[in-house]
Write a protein of this length. Structure first.
Length: 411
């Protein structure tokens, strides 16, 4: 539901009762991915979508029912169902939705409200709800984030605090990676002792891209990255080139030596660094710093000969084979790109593939899945950073003992 946080935050401020249906699982081909949500208030106003139109009517009625009876339910819609055509899901996949009432007096409401307020305000937040486990726990929620309000209600169930203590580290890890998906806690041996599956929705500020080199390729890349939702900084030591007039889509223009700026720049596991200077006096000290930072992607422009020369210089600077293995160079996928715009497309295609675990091969005739769910790498990199990503970001969480952010649906 955090994908429609701004609208639902307004509803909570206005005191509206509503129910929200969230896609918690997708198999096969489906129009929307986990986290997509449809909310309905008492007056029948709707916000969001769970299927792009396929099953909206049926899910709308589930929300109306949840508003009346206060019961959280999980429902499945799939092509194999006898009523698939009746509800309109004919794309060949299945979706499962969790329908949660969020009414005044419901214990889940302050948990949801805290997550919505943080997400709507652009602050990192993750909302986790029980989607599988004992029936009495279905829909219970925990919220993790920075600067969230305290004093959430205590439902009075002895199992809940233990479940919460087990859940918070898992939810924090999902938030640090900016991921939405499921985690299981409370397995045998834990204090809770009961396996429970949580659906975690993460809302994080836009990922950051830093483009080094104020060249024509950088201008095209800035436009493409802004279109895909990145917060873009352009850095170049030459003030005549690094101007807002040349890069109107950039969020920030920095005039500084690239390696000096990067040494103090704010980066995380989702940050993308694109080195387009292809000049050794800039590239080598910059990449020496970049390849030792906990960022998701480092790419450098240049010919294959330039790459070999640059790699040799970096070895002389003491970089290890593992550090050099994180470098994408020559940058981008092989699209046969020639123009700056085509090159920008090539670079962004590689970044998207790296972020989501894609192969970059044509889908026609391929046996690879259309939508990827990357698993954690053996090296311990966070999911979503790609095989070369390194994760070190930590995110503050609510104190579960004092806030007891797990709640009982329906009060």
């Amino acid at each position: 539901m955090l994908d429609i946080a701004a609208e639902l935050h307004r509803w909570t401020l206005e005191g509206r009762d509503f129910a929200v249906a969230t896609v918690v699982r997708v198999t096969g081909s489906a129009p929307r991915q986990p986290g997509a949500a449809l909310a309905v208030d008492r007056a029948g106003e709707a916000a969001g979508s769970v299927s792009g139109g396929c099953v909206e009517g049926a899910v709308y009625e589930l929300c109306r029912q949840a508003l009346d009876d206060g019961i959280t339910v999980r429902e499945r819609f799939g092509y194999s169902d006898e009523d698939a055509f009746a509800v309109g899901l004919t794309c060949g996949g299945t979706i499962e939705v969790l329908v949660t009432p969020v009414r005044a007096g419901d214990a889940v409401r302050p948990v949801v409200a805290a997550a919505l307020a943080a997400a709507a305000g652009g602050r990192p937040a993750a909302l986790a709800r029980v989607v599988d486990g004992p029936d009495e726990l279905l829909g219970r929620a925990v919220v993790v984030g920075e600067d969230l309000p305290s004093g959430l209600p205590v439902p009075g169930d002895d199992d809940v605090p233990d479940l919460g203590r087990g859940a918070v580290p898992e939810v924090r890890a999902m938030l640090a990676a900016g991921r939405t998906g499921t985690v299981t806690v409370g397995a045998d041996g834990s204090r809770c002792g009961r396996p429970v599956t949580l659906f975690v929705e993460s809302s994080v500020p836009p990922p950051r891209m830093i483009v080094f080199g104020a060249v024509d390729f950088a201008s095209a890349l800035t436009r493409a990255a802004a279109f895909l939702g990145y917060r873009v900084t352009v850095c170049d030591a030459r003030p005549v080139f690094a101007t807002a007039a040349r890069f109107p889509e950039a969020d920030e223009i920095v005039v500084d030596w690239p390696h000096r700026y990067l040494a103090t720049a704010e980066v995380d596991a989702r940050t993308v660094l694109c080195v387009l200077t292809h000049d050794p006096k800039f590239d080598v000290p910059l990449l020496k710093t970049a390849l030792r930072l906990p960022v998701g992607y480092v790419g450098a422009m240049g010919s294959r000969r330039t790459h070999l020369d640059r790699e040799a210089a970096l070895r002389e600077e003491g970089l290890t084979a593992r550090e050099l293995g994180r470098l994408h160079s020559p940058i981008g996928l092989d699209l046969g790109a020639r123009t700056p715009e085509e090159t920008a497309l090539s670079i962004m295609a590689e970044i998207v593939a790296e972020r989501h675990g894609g192969t970059g091969v044509p889908l026609t005739g391929a046996r690879t899945p259309i939508h990827h769910e990357p698993a954690p790498s053996p090296s311990g990199a966070l999911p979503g950073t790609g095989p070369r990503g390194v994760a070190s970001q930590d995110v503050a969480s609510l104190d579960i003992a004092s806030l007891n952010a797990l709640s009982t649906p329906g009060g």
